[in-house]
Design a protein around this ligand. Structure first.
Ligand code: SAH
Ligand code: SF4
Ligand code: F3S
Length: 462
């Protein structure tokens, strides 16, 4: 694997200056996971670098980019719905450039659909081509406005130093790796994001230092499976080692990370979290199902027993740790018995939060070939049962936090008039009367009450 360095595209910057009297505006919207949000911040950075400005509404834009997600069919339908709505804008403003990028566009069938049915889409480029956007715009202008729907390029390298425009001054996304090699049988991500590639520890550290120096209080390390960080790198390092390296940096910040694949979450990782006060007391550990039979069919490489051992170990070592998880309901062939095992598992673990999805068939994945006789109505009914059980669990955990004092980062305004909202170390949200405290500040909060999973609190003395 090779690292290449981003270089400023002077020809594209000149072309922008020549074509527009005032800086043109770009509207960039990202769908999907945090990795995509982070890519969106880089797309904005690249556009600013060649002289674009940014805007918050498609109506004001000279360039509209949808950075798409392909993980479920619903995500794709939403994008196509929103792209369809842009046709009117293009009619009013023919020089408007409309582009699609991200995970959806990595699939040839999507490019075919764009070619056939969306003539007003000008550009399409995949997840590996963010740094090439200036060249693509240039090519479009030089060709007199040709449509450029690029076939996905497989690039095994990592491009460092791509400019970035961060949305928040106090919460930063930091990708430590790209791609995924796990091929869970339901999942499209390895096909659209390519092979797993880790950034070098030095590159991660440099960006981390930059974030801390700029006053960032919460840094979230990103990867589809952060626990396999380091594979293939010249220097021997694993994710636990990377966390130790980063935590040695002085400063007023804390670290979150996602996503941890349970098959690669080691006891050593738990020990490092336990020993490092800078790492949040929360683990997102997607289990997907509580049935060993289904887990095997999903190609997840762990059993419920192994998963629960890990949870027990983390509970022993990290007092007050909370867990969250992703669950797929209605994987092909999931029986009532399999689903009951999932319900039993969530009662055992007692997750603070669950992200639940009804299985969505993704063409090209292995699970798409499996018979799936369970009717949709049955899957929806299972989902309702799961959500009800989870609500009771999460409400119980929230209530158990009342009376405690926890570190928290103030994120924004609360729902109630005059309050601010902060996220606790363990990932629960709290509303409180701010006094002189401000958004972006770390504070200690005493928890005074709970409404559902929303906590109420007050600033703790000292
Ligand atoms: N890399 C992460 C997750 C990426 S996708 C991990 O391994 O946990 C986020 C979540 O979407 C997955 O955890 C899974 O629960 C869900 N998901 C992925 N493919 C899906 C599909 N085909 N249907 C329904 N849910 C899916
Ligand atoms: Fe998809 Fe599995 Fe990779 Fe997560 S680990 S991105 S669920 S293939
Ligand atoms: Fe979606 Fe791509 Fe993320 S498919 S979930 S945006 S990796």
């Amino acid at each position: 694997m090779q690292t290449i360095h981003f270089t400023h595209n002077e020809a594209a910057a000149r072309a922008v200056a020549e074509r527009y009297v005032t800086p043109p505006l770009a509207y960039v919207h990202s769908y999907g996971c945090q990795q995509n949000v982070s890519d969106g911040e880089h797309l904005k950075g690249v556009l600013l670098d060649i002289g674009y400005g940014l805007c918050n509404s498609p109506e004001d834009a000279d360039l509209i980019l949808f950075n798409t997600c392909a993980v479920r069919e619903h995500a794709e339908q939403r994008v196509f719905g929103n792209v369809g709505a842009l046709k009117r804008l293009k009619e009013q403003k023919p020089e408007l450039i409309i582009g699609l990028c991200g995970c959806m566009v990595q699939q040839p069938r999507i490019l075919d659909k764009l070619r056939a049915s969306y003539p007003f889409v000008d550009l399409a480029f995949g997840t590996n081509a963010i740094d090439q956007l200036p060249e693509l715009l240039l090519e479009k202008w030089r060709s007199g406005g040709k449509r450029l729907l690029k076939a996905p390029v497989a690039r095994e390298n990592i491009v460092e130093e791509i400019p970035v425009h961060r949305e928040s001054p106090f919460r930063g996304w930091l990708p430590i790796m790209y791609g995924c090699d796990n091929f869970c049988t339901y999942c499209i991500v390895p096909y659209v994001r390519g092979h797993e590639r880790s950034r070098s520890p030095q590159d991660v550290l440099d960006e981390f230092r930059g974030l801390v120096a700029s006053g960032c209080k919460e840094i979230t390390l990103l990867g589809q499976n952060v626990n396999s960080y380091g594979k293939g790198l010249a220097e021997p390092i694993d994710f636990a080692g990377l966390l130790e390296l980063l935590c040695a940096e002085p400063g007023d910040y804390h670290i979150r990370f996602m996503t941890s694949h349970p098959k690669d979450a080691s006891k050593r990782l738990i020990d490092v979290i336990a020993a490092q006060p800078k790492i949040c007391r929360h683990l997102h550990l997607p289990v997907q199902s509580g049935s060993d039979r289904i887990l095997a069919q999903m190609n997840r490489h762990y059993t419920v027993g192994q998963y629960l051992d890990l949870i027990d170990y983390a509970r022993q070592k990290i007092p007050g740790v909370t867990f969250s998880s992703d669950i797929i309901v209605g994987f092909p062939g999931e029986t009532e018995e399999d689903f009951a095992a999932t319900l039993a598992l969530i009662q055992k673990v007692r997750y603070a939060q669950l992200f639940t999805f009804i299985y969505s068939k993704r063409s090209g994945t292995r699970a798409a070939e499996l018979p799936d006789p369970t009717p949709r109505s049955e899957k929806t009914a299972r989902m309702t049962r799961l959500l009800k059980a989870q609500d009771e669990i999460a409400f119980g955990i929230a209530a158990s936090l009342v009376g405690g004092v926890y570190p928290a980062l103030i994120e924004g305004r609360g729902r109630q008039e005059g309050t601010l909202s902060a996220r606790l170390d363990n990932n629960f949200l709290v509303e409180f009367a701010p006094g002189t405290a401000q958004v972006g500040q770390m504070v200690q909060l005493a928890i005074t009450g709970a409404r559902g999973t929303m906590l109420q609190g007050r600033l703790a003395d000292g």
